[in-house]
Design a protein around this ligand. Structure first.
Ligand code: G3H
Ligand code: ZN
Length: 283
């Protein structure tokens, strides 16, 4: 199997009442740890790339690493997704470099401008059968300690309706009190927004900021048609923790031994998320 788009994945997930785990990747070890877990559980998986990852390992390395994972795991569908693309240019660059799913995040802009930018990306991506995720309701911002800095991300269902009247992305992330990074205390996730929006559209939803979100909330969100659950912070912190543990072993200076121990442990973490998403056995 080669890299796939998220179109088929989302259709099956939405119809089947489960979600696909989308994990932020930036190096070979994390790609291996995630895809090994997905391979063992026969689950589709989305590997996504953020601005930071692109700055560290450019498109060339990232695409080739993910292509290697596809060759190593031929029995599962793997998609390569641009996470929080914030301009037309970065979406086009990703398209050209072989990404099979794009996110255009215009959520900091007024609705009309967000929709206009989203439409520009959709117009081109459609020619290549590459699906586009859009966002409305900017994600909450947290400071270094996890404290809330702003709270303007809970989208109003009416605004979502306006947005979807102006553009038709393939999936939609909606700000519902979620944020990137570790939450300080219990986040107030407004599932009722998804419930209201679900009354007038069957678009698959995307849930960002899943690190630290309660599992029952994530499961409820999936019941409301969330087809993609995004995990970034938890993955990178877990990987570093496992690596620190590996440093205490008799590694004899072999960095691959450290990576292998960290990968194996990360694989177990990812399996838990795949089971939470409900995508085990759905490859
Ligand atoms: O776009 C990426 C995700 O929303 C990751 O969020 O780092 O809080 O898990 P997280
Ligand atoms: Zn996000």
């Amino acid at each position: 199997m080669s890299l796939v788009t998220t179109t088929e994945m989302f259709k099956k997930a939405y119809d089947g009442g489960y979600a696909i785990g989308a994990f932020n990747v930036n190096n070979m070890e994390i790609v291996q740890g995630i895809t090994e877990a997905a391979g063992e559980l026969k689950s589709p998986v989305i590997l996504q790339v953020s601005k930071g990852a692109r700055a560290y390992a450019n498109h060339t390395y990232l695409v080739k690493l993910v292509e290697a994972a596809v060759i190593e795991n031929p029995e599962i569908p793997i998609a390569l997704h641009l996470d929080h693309g914030d301009s037309f240019d970065i979406c086009m660059k990703s398209l050209k470099n072989g990404f099979t799913s794009l996110m255009i995040d215009g959520s900091t802009k007024p609705i009309e401008e967000n929709a206009r930018l989203t439409n520009e990306v959709i117009k081109v991506a459609k020619c290549f059968d590459v699906p586009v995720e859009a966002e409305i309701g900017e994600l909450l911002r947290l400071d270094e300690a996890g404290a809330q800095m702003e709270n303007k991300n809970v989208a109003n269902p009416e605004q979502v309706r306006q947005f979807l009247d102006l553009c038709q992305p393939d999936s939609l992330a909606i700000g519902i009190g979620n944020a990137h990074g570790y939450y300080k205390g219990e986040p107030d996730i407004k599932l009722e927004v998804l419930e209201e929006v679900r009354k007038f559209t069957d678009i698959p939803f995307v849930l960002h900021g899943c690190t630290g979100m309660r599992e029952d909330i994530i499961k409820e969100a999936i019941k409301l048609g969330v087809a993609k659950i995004n995990f970034g912070t938890e993955i990178r912190y877990k990987y570093v923790e496992h690596y620190e543990e590996a440093l205490k072993t008799n590694h004899q200076g072999h960095s691959w031994k450290l990576s292998q121990l960290a990968n194996d442990a990360l694989t177990e973490d990812i399996k838990k998320i795949i089971r939470l998403a409900g995508s085990e056995g759905k490859a």
